[in-house]
Design a protein around this ligand. Structure first.
Ligand SMILES: [Zn+2]
Length: 100
């Protein structure tokens, strides 16, 4: 089956800011946008599910604490560090006039 690419009238490329250079095409599951002026290309799922396709997979944004289903496993137990340089003062900085 051939993929039909259609220009989007009035669409402005987010990268090169040219109008009428965006064309869209789709396959069974995804719809793509691309610019014929620059190499901008974007895609999204047809069912509207969000997917960061342009985000590169790096070590930084790869959560190691998630399994395949996306559920968090083994959450890090956060121990609140109590650091109170002045134990006599009220720790929450509400401006109540107690110490006047
Ligand atoms: Zn462009």
């Amino acid at each position: 089956m051939g993929i039909v690419k259609r220009f989007v009238a009035g669409a402005v490329c987010p990268r090169c800011a040219q109008m009428d250079t965006i064309r869209v095409y789709r396959n069974q599951i995804r719809e793509y946008r691309e610019c014929v002026r620059c190499d901008y290309r974007d895609g999204q799922n047809l069912d509207g599910s969000p997917e960061a396709v342009s985000e590169l997979q790096t070590r930084v944004n790869q959560p190691s604490a998630t399994n395949a289903s996306g559920a968090k496993i083994a959450p890090v137990t956060v121990q609140p560090v109590k650091f109170d340089p002045n134990p006599n003062s009220n720790s929450n900085s509400n401006s109540n006039d107690e110490d006047k």
